[in-house]
Write a protein that binds this ligand. Structure first.
Ligand code: UD1
Length: 347
């Protein structure tokens, strides 16, 4: 395989993007990050550089800006593209559907048009288990499970992007596509230099929980106590973000080795479900504190129970999750404390 491959990473300053950049560098590849910090922070780039002990290539560009992106493609000869840049808040997407369709579809179209123009053959897309909607019979979903109607504009953008990619591969281009459907990424790099950085009040469970633990938020509300699960709270497949980052490296390596043109789909999860209460109890054990939480109403649009059949990731990409839920929660808590301390020191 060619040495020093250049990989375009759109949204590379984001949560999953930044962890992937670290693992790409660890595997000898050269990521070129494109991000405009609309939902990330320049200090994350510094954190990545701290971990890998080298400068990273970074372009502050809006991925929807075709001309600006063309300049990036003119400057580097890319061997592959990992496309993360997108909005990702389910609730916000219901309030601002046009913003979601505009950004999530256009950023993909720009990347694909340029991939075609500059003959970049390997394309990895950041998709989501949200494409499965509410599983009908079993909570375990395989890649063959039906893609049901999305319950949010955010979910619809992921389905539409997958469709656009599938149509592109059928149209006679040379682009090989791998869609990774992630379950629930949590945690942070074990060094504590990078992690999830929600802007404003977090929507997702883990940042809400760690911010409550740190005393920034008063109380965590558990959305619903009467679901048809062992303890009445929703079940998800929580995966350590560094395991997810590893899956991207494996995915890129796999793409490079394949011949022909195809559109492949792979679930990335641990294969195990955990409830909201299990997460809270693990956090209390790891952080050695009592969390302030209460039961509240169900959140609209929440799926009761979903986790991955992750066997295809193992057979196709030779990837499995190595880190435990406890590792992920410990790393998230470490990150929360480190980030707060540094932010307080800086101001
Ligand atoms: C959703 C999407 C997922 C997307 C992710 C990113 C679905 C099925 N999943 O994940 O595709 O990538 O958002 O934003 O649409 N919870 C609480 N209290 C809180 C916050 C969350 O109890 O304050 C519970 C939720 O009810 C849920 C679990 O924690 O059961 C996880 O929620 P969250 O972290 O928001 O992720 P999902 O909704 O599973």
């Amino acid at each position: 395989m060619k040495q020093n491959m250049h990989i375009l990473v759109t949204g590379g300053a984001g949560y999953i993007g930044s962890h992937t950049v670290v693992e790409l560098i660890n595997s000898g590849k050269i990521p070129v990050i494109v991000d405009d910090f609309r939902n990330s922070d320049p200090r994350i780039i510094k954190g990545v550089e701290e971990i890998v002990q080298q400068k990273v290539i970074f372009k502050k560009v809006d991925v929807c800006d075709l001309n600006a992106m063309r300049k990036v493609f003119e400057e580097y000869s890319f061997d592959g593209i990992i496309h993360f840049a997108a909005y990702k808040a389910v609730g916000e997407s219901v309030q601002e559907p046009l913003m979601y369709y505009n950004n999530n579809l256009n950023s993909l179209l720009v990347c694909l048009m340029l991939a075609k123009e500059f003959e970049v053959k390997n394309f990895l897309f950041s998709s989501s288990c949200t494409v499965y909607g509410e599983p009908e019979s079993s909570p375990v979903v395989t890649e063959e499970s039906p893609v049901l109607e999305a319950n949010s504009p955010y979910g619809a953008t992921k389905q539409m992007c997958e469709r656009i990619l599938a149509d592109t591969t059928k149209s006679g281009t040379n682009i090989k596509v791998l869609n990774l459907r992630y379950f629930n990424p949590i945690g942070a790099h074990h060094s504590g230099f990078i992690g999830e950085l929600p802007i404003g009040r977090p929507n997702n469970l883990l940042p809400y929980l760690t911010q409550t633990g740190a005393g920034i938020l008063e109380e965590l509300t558990v959305f619903g106590s009467d679901y048809n699960t062992d303890d009445g709270t929703c079940v998800r497949d929580y995966i350590h973000v560094s395991d997810l980052a590893d899956a991207h490296v494996k995915g890129v390596d796999w793409l490079m080795k394949q011949e022909g043109v195809f559109n492949e789909v792979v679930n990335i999860g641990t294969g195990h479900g955990a409830s909201v209460l299990e997460i809270i109890h693990t956090f209390e054990k790891v952080a050695n504190l009592k969390l302030n939480w209460k039961f509240g109403e169900r959140r609209a649009g929440d799926v009761e129970k979903i986790y991955a059949d992750a066997s295809k990731a193992k057979s196709l990409l030779n990837w499995t999750a190595n880190r435990t839920m406890e590792d992920a929660i410990r790393d998230a808590w470490n990150w929360e404390q480190k980030w707060r301390n540094e932010t307080t020191d800086n101001h």
